[in-house]
Design a protein around this ligand. Structure first.
Ligand code: SAM
Length: 224
């Protein structure tokens, strides 16, 4: 991740730049080149699947928001969704706050601490049946199958929080029927498992079954 620093000057100092006393608030906007590359295609899928509900304001939860680049772009392109970004890491939440301030985003709420491996009752006070959409981008490969947010171990958190006909969208690298291709993804899987034996590329078919167990139906797979 690259780090971009943005300096905010308090208003009085902006108007009186000769002032020798200046309080500088440094907020770090993290930059993920990967997020910069993939946000546009993710956004167009979101736009397409949410379009028919665009007559009303929707509520979207992002798990593992990371830098905040995705949620800010989604908010700019899809104004009829109010987004709740979240992350387990303070550094990420600070970056998201910096993006919100820098872009003056009105439909992005302040980020909350949320550990997706915990049961939904501990998800930042969110209520069941409160979300129209939940999105997790490049998060599942860093989760044990036991803690993936729609398994029984977490009381099927996503299924609990989503409204009827709500949508859970996950993006990442997956195994299909136990097979991982191409070889760079095999290497990624091995590297992740070395970091944590519980991590690794989730298998689409296992996810499908787990999701079904918590009331979710796999609707569509977009991509290769
Ligand atoms: C690979 S990064 C992806 C970030 C962002 N979604 C993106 O695609 O640029 C994974 C993110 O998930 C967060 N994370 C890891 N484990 C988590 C958990 N159990 N609950 C919530 N967030 C988690 C990390 O702090 C990190 O920001």
């Amino acid at each position: 991740l690259l780090k971009v620093m943005r300096i905010y000057l308090p208003q009085e100092n902006v108007h009186n730049r000769k002032s020798s006393h200046c309080l500088c608030l440094l907020q770090i906007m993290l930059v993920s080149p990967q997020a910069e590359r993939n946000w546009e295609s993710l956004c167009s899928v979101l736009e397409e699947v949410l379009e028919e509900q665009s007559h009303r304001q929707l509520f979207g939860l992002e798990l593992g928001s990371g830098t905040g680049q995705h949620v800010i772009r989604f908010a700019q392109k899809i104004p009829f969704v109010t987004w709740q970004p979240s992350d387990i890491k303070q550094e990420s939440r600070d970056s998201i706050k910096a993006y919100i301030a820098a872009t003056n985003a009105k439909t992005v709420l302040q980020p909350v601490h949320l550990d997706a491996s915990e049961p939904w009752e501990k998800w930042a006070g969110l209520h069941n049946n409160s979300c129209d959409v939940i999105i997790a981008i490049n998060l599942l490969q860093y989760s044990s199958f036991k803690t993936i947010p729609f398994t029984a171990d977490t009381s099927g958190s996503a299924g609990q929080l989503l409204k009827q006909n709500g949508l859970l969208m996950t993006y990442g690298v997956y195994a299909i029927n136990g097979i991982i291709t191409p070889s760079c993804n095999e290497r990624l899987d091995a590297e992740l498992r070395q970091l944590n034996p519980d991590w690794g590329l989730p298998d689409i078919d296992v996810l499908r079954q787990l999701a079904y167990g918590s009331g979710l139906r796999m609707e569509r797979m977009v991509g290769p």
